[in-house]
Design a protein. Structure first.
Length: 530
């Protein structure tokens, strides 16, 4: 994809978003439910638990960014949610859909990596930090370019997934009779099950501190207290005085800062803040380990605060496991059920790939069909206070009323007019919203037009903002944006206007012809559209 047409510009995050801090979830708030609780994690779109408390919810369509724990993890939220006090919530000041939001996640995550436990990315710091965004030819944020870039990245990801499925040989996702029955019985709540204490299922070992700087690179996964990369923080050489855990017999569990059990595909070391849960019944298949991992991670609701941990309570915690007719743990059911889940997930992934391919082709076609319209998409940020490079934005009535009462009009806000080929001067230049279609194709309905206050001089042929005694239906008043046209005749007393018109550019509209009796005030000379 070619570079953005208007280049790039740095924006303060506080210019783009209203930033609100999350609220701590206390034990009294820990009600089981279906509301996403966003915490300091880098996985599962930031969701660490599902709660039933709806007293401090943030809306869908916002971005969550962690500033404590897993600092700088950013996610777009499509459902309302509760955010923990380790999370800042970014409310956009511009229209934002999911593709635009996805574009913002990468620079936010990258910026957040400059912070950590001792130097937190607080709301105040985040507001002043900057991210770089593409501009269109008008100097405004190029949201059309952003959406197209994300669409291309999505298409690339779909191709990668398609290649993965092909290489992995997932061709048949149909469920066997046993898999259908297992799924039906679990979803219907008719399986036999019992609650079992962790220490009746596993022996529990505690990790010891491993100083990363004293390790050497190697192939052994080091499992630490993090959510991303399946808990693997680094690959190191085997350490002789640290236990190497068998992945077929052991589940690592991060229990401080984050609470996350994972299943591994290789033997591994564990660091501090990690427990090793080794099956008392010996080696288990991947599917059985995945079943236990899912059951253990349901306990996350008990450990949503960063300073809480499961170390003291872990042996007494209980999980639900299926049992057979004799009351023994039914490992066969676990194997069958997880096999069914895998097939269902792969099947949905295949459907997703086909939908995304079709959507991409349709969107690409629309881009080609509407290319001219796409190029003109622009959204301008309005600042509440003056900043260098900004000029005042007025309503048409306010701007035109300036010459009636002689008082400085009150601005709606301030807009950035830098980079437009002239030096913005708030005393010389101003901006107003255009209305209607009479000045198409140069000026469209809703465009922000920049003018220079008119003092004196020729106006003939210029696009002007005027106020007159003639009513303009397009603008719903006696002020209008039109091209000024005059014809002059020479008399014994000098020259005088024989004809004055305010001409639209759109041929579907008639010009406004002014007579000598018309009182016309030229307010400003048009410079450009922002």
């Amino acid at each position: 994809m070619p570079p953005s047409e208007g280049g790039y510009k740095q924006f303060k995050i506080g210019e783009l978003f209203d930033i609100k801090k999350g609220k701590r979830l206390t034990k009294a708030d820990m009600i089981d439910g279906n509301i996403n609780f966003i915490g300091a994690t880098s996985s599962n779109n930031g969701v660490t638990a599902r709660i039933g408390n709806n007293t401090h919810l943030h809306p869908a369509g916002t971005i969550t960014v962690t500033y404590n724990g897993s600092v700088g993890e950013a996610f777009y939220q499509t459902e309302q949610f509760w955010a923990s006090d380790d999370v800042n919530v970014l409310y956009p000041k511009f229209p934002m859909n999911e593709r635009i939001a996805l574009y913002f996640l990468a620079p936010l995550i990258k910026k957040g990596k400059a912070y950590g436990y001792s130097f937190k990315w607080t709301k105040e710091k985040m507001e002043q930090d900057t991210i770089t965004l593409p501009l269109n030819k008008y100097g405004a944020i190029d949201f059309a370019y952003i959406e197209e870039r994300v669409r291309e990245l999505e298409a690339e990801r779909v191709r990668e997934l398609e290649a993965y499925l092909q290489a992995a040989g997932f061709s048949d996702c149909s469920l066997t009779l046993a898999e259908r029955e297992a799924t039906k019985s679990l979803q219907g709540g008719v399986i036999r099950s019992k609650s079992v204490r962790i220490d009746k299922l596993f022996s529990i070992a505690t990790g010891r501190d491993i100083i990363i700087g004293r390790t050497r690179e190697g192939n052994v996964p080091l499992i630490s207290h993090q959510h991303d990369n399946n808990g693997i923080s680094k690959r190191i050489g085997q350490i002789s005085d640290r236990r190497l855990f068998d992945y077929e017999t052991t589940i690592p569990l991060a229990d401080r800062g984050v609470f996350l059990a994972t299943t591994q595909a290789e033997n591994f070391h564990i660091g501090t803040r990690v427990k090793a849960l080794t099956f008392l019944d010996g080696k288990q298949s991947e599917n059985v380990r995945l079943y236990f991992v899912t059951a253990i991670n349901k306990l996350q609701i008990l450990f949503t605060e960063y300073l809480t941990n499961a170390t003291d309570n872990l042996p007494n915690l209980e999980i639900s496991v299926p049992i057979d007719a004799n009351g023994a743990i039914d490992y066969g059911f676990m194997e069958t059920y997880i096999s069914a889940v895998k097939k269902q997930v792969i099947g949905r992934l295949k459907e997703f790939i086909e939908r995304e391919k079709a959507a991409y082709l349709k969107a690409t076609q629309q881009v080609y069909e509407n290319q001219a319209e796409q190029e003109d998409i622009k959204i301008t940020l309005i600042h509440p206070d003056y900043q260098p490079g900004c000029i005042p934005l007025y309503t048409l009535q306010a701007a035109c009323g300036y010459f009636e009462n002689g008082q400085e009009p009150e601005e709606e806000g301030w807009i950035d007019a830098s980079g437009l080929g002239f030096t913005p001067d708030p005393k010389r230049h101003f901006a107003v919203h255009a209305k209607g279609d009479s000045m198409l194709p140069k000026i469209k309905d809703g465009d922000i037009c920049i003018f220079e206050w008119y003092n004196a001089g020729s106006r003939n042929g210029e696009i002007v903002l005027t106020q007159s005694s003639e009513y303009d239906d397009a603008y719903g008043g006696r002020y209008t944006i039109k091209r000024y046209h005059s014809e002059k005749t020479v008399t014994d007393e000098g020259w005088q206007h024989s004809k004055v018109e305010l001409q639209p550019l759109n041929p579907d509209f008639a010009p406004i012809e002014l007579s000598e009796d018309n009182d016309v005030r030229t307010i400003g000379i048009f410079k450009c559209v922002l």
